[in-house]
Design a protein around this ligand. Structure first.
Ligand SMILES: Cc1cc2nc3c(=O)[nH]c(=O)nc-3n(C[C@H](O)[C@H](O)[C@H](O)COP(=O)(O)OP(=O)(O)OC[C@H]3O[C@@H](n4cnc5c(N)ncnc54)[C@H](O)[C@@H]3O)c2cc1C
Length: 229
């Protein structure tokens, strides 16, 4: 296996400097041990090295392209993502009730460093999905978690973050997309969106059954002025 990240450095950072084994004294992580942390890191290292790193250069040379009908992406990307999802890594840090492993965030992120080192492009699909799922777990309704998060954590749905607009990149307070309340839905309040987003990573593809878009918008206040929503 070619070296994409030094395990010796990672072990030093996790076990000697950060002393992550102490986390197993906390109830949430009581089922874990150095062995389970090592097993998760081994899995990440193996999948990243064998399935993510080899097509890193090829992905740059053959970028995804849209033919007006569908987005074509290298088959190696599908194989890599199937292995990532199949190993349960989408849910590595999530609660057991959501099918997760309850890995401490620091160990999860250390494992994910292998994927960033191996292939920043392909790893964007699951990492955006994990961010998307985390936001819904923190702020979504039970129905939204059931409908969107569970399939995301199974690897059946992927997710995006639709923040930037043609006139607003870093300056997100300048976004003009509006969300007008239309009424209730089984998921909670329902809004109609008006506006333009751009640069949305993973915004269209056939890698998953569905793509869950989280769209940043402003809600008009009673005076008609826009407030962040
Ligand atoms: C590969 C890629 C993927 C992306 N994926 C997504 C996505 O999935 N979803 C999404 O919403 N957006 C996405 N974006 C857009 C991204 O969020 C914006 O490009 C980013 O926020 C920067 O905005 P900008 O390009 O308009 O640059 P600007 O904001 O115009 O910045 C231009 C320059 O000004 C500097 N600058 C900006 N503000 C300040 C300040 N206050 N003080 C000092 N310097 C400043 C910046 O550092 C930069 O050098 C993606 C962009 C890229 C390149």
């Amino acid at each position: 296996m070619s070296l994409i990240l030094s395990r010796r450095d990672l072990n030093f950072l996790l076990y000697e400097w950060l002393q992550v084994e102490q986390l197993t004294r906390i109830g949430r992580y009581a089922d874990h041990s150095r062995e389970t942390f090592d097993a998760a890191l081994d899995t990440c290292e193996k999948i990243a090295t064998e399935l993510f790193a080899p097509h890193n250069k090829k992905s740059d040379q053959q970028e995804p392209h849209f033919d007006g009908d569908a987005v074509a992406i290298l088959p190696e990307v599908t194989a890599a993502l199937d292995a990532f999802c199949g190993a349960g890594l989408m849910a590595a840090g999530q609660d057991y009730e959501l099918g997760g492993m309850q890995l401490p965030l620091v160990v999860e992120k250390a494992g994910f460093a292998y994927f960033k080192a191996a292939n920043i492009g392909t790893s964007a699909y699951p990492f955006l999905t994990i961010g998307n799922a985390n936001l819904l777990v923190a702020h979504g309704t039970a129905a939204q978690i059931d409908t969107f998060v569970k399939p995301e954590l199974d690897g059946r749905f992927f997710g995006t973050m639709c923040l930037s607009e043609p006139q607003a990149g870093s300056s997100l307070s300048d976004i003009t997309t509006r969300a007008n309340l239309e009424g209730d839905s089984p998921f909670g309040p329902q809004y109609r969106l008006r506006g333009n987003k751009m640069w949305i990573s993973g915004g269209e593809h056939d890698l998953a059954e569905n793509i869950v878009h989280l769209v940043l918008a402003k809600i008009p206040g009673p005076d008609g002025k826009l407030v962040p929503g």
